[in-house]
Ligand binder design. Sequence first.
Ligand code: GAL
Length: 415
Amino acid sequence: MTMNTPRLAALAAALLLTTGLGTAQAQTAEVLHWWTSGGESAALATIRAAYTAKGGVWQDTPIAGGGNARAAAVNRMIGGKPPTVFQYSVGLQLLELADQGLLNDIDDVAQVGNWDKALPPLIANISKYKGKYIAAPVNIHGENWMFYNFDALKKAGVEVPKTWADFLAAAPKLKAAGIIPLALGGEPWQERILFNSVLLGVGGREHYAKVYGKLDKAAMGTDTMLDVFKTVAALRPLVDESSPGRKWNETAGMVMKGTAAFQFMGDWAKGEMVAAKLEPGKDIGCALAPAKDTAYIMTVDAFAFSNVKDAPSKGAQTLMATVMMDPATQAAFSKRKGSIPSRLDVPDIGFDSCAKVAINTLKDPATHLVSTGLFGVPSAVSGAIDDAISQFWNNKAMTPEQGRDLFVKAIDRAK
Ligand code: GAL
């Protein structure tokens, strides 16, 4: 490994700070992120506390909404006023930013910290651009979770569904008991999370991998895919009128209160439960969304490092990456966030039962699937997927056949 002198100096300064041996000047990092909900900000506070404990100065730039925050980060980098560090997710879309020359690599820290050994290979590989780490992956979230209110199910006399047919059969009973069956916040990405859970549930993990991993047109045109669209169409009447535009965290609150029975959402919903002093798995039910086989649709939160040139900013990036990958920080962060650590060497002690399901599920590589949000498909394809799903969901006159057709064409045009 070769390092130029300023990088070496920055690394040395940061490492001195992290070992508490030095009194190098404060390293200021502006951190741009979209973690503005109660659970998210409580989780981010653990990283911030660890960073400031090592002498860093944290300038917080929260921007509500992932899409808004990512657009702001990119605009500022292109405009020459980059935030030092910004939240993203590992995946093809972050590699697109690296390809545009917008990022610094963080490979020196990764080599010293032996990230290759600490991370699952899938995550290590996708965190690198041209062989160098360009992201610090802080956790693993699952997008195909089902959260439910125990009392609501009891009141309506329904069991936890094992299939989407079970779910559809339970819905009228919930309605009759005055409970909203399905809590959904109507934003394209939330609709996509629901849709992709159905796609996996009805089609199975091989089908998911063909459709999204290979963008296989034949797989998208199958009867299985028609069944997916039929199932999603049957879900339309099960949400309340206030769904359009509602935030995911407010929507999680409906299940926490019991006005709604179920939410299909990433396990960041657990962060809201923890913030409300409810234990996921005990006070609120959690299970992987009904599916014919077991799989975990991963999204990996990460921070990336803008292409700043000055030594203090680079030092701040180095210190930040070091802190974010510290096993104790990762444990504290994920316990509040609802995720599991990206590092394999963090003990599962003190994690809730849902997190333990996640950890055990991921032990089998056959379960590993990736989100179409930021991870597994290029940005144009990701946008086309969300658009097609959202149009189908919101246009109640659109038939499953038309929905499938739209989906196939939209992806085909974007790829
Ligand atoms: C996702 C992110 C999660 C969660 C969610 C809602 O993009 O991966 O960590 O915070 O947005 O804000």
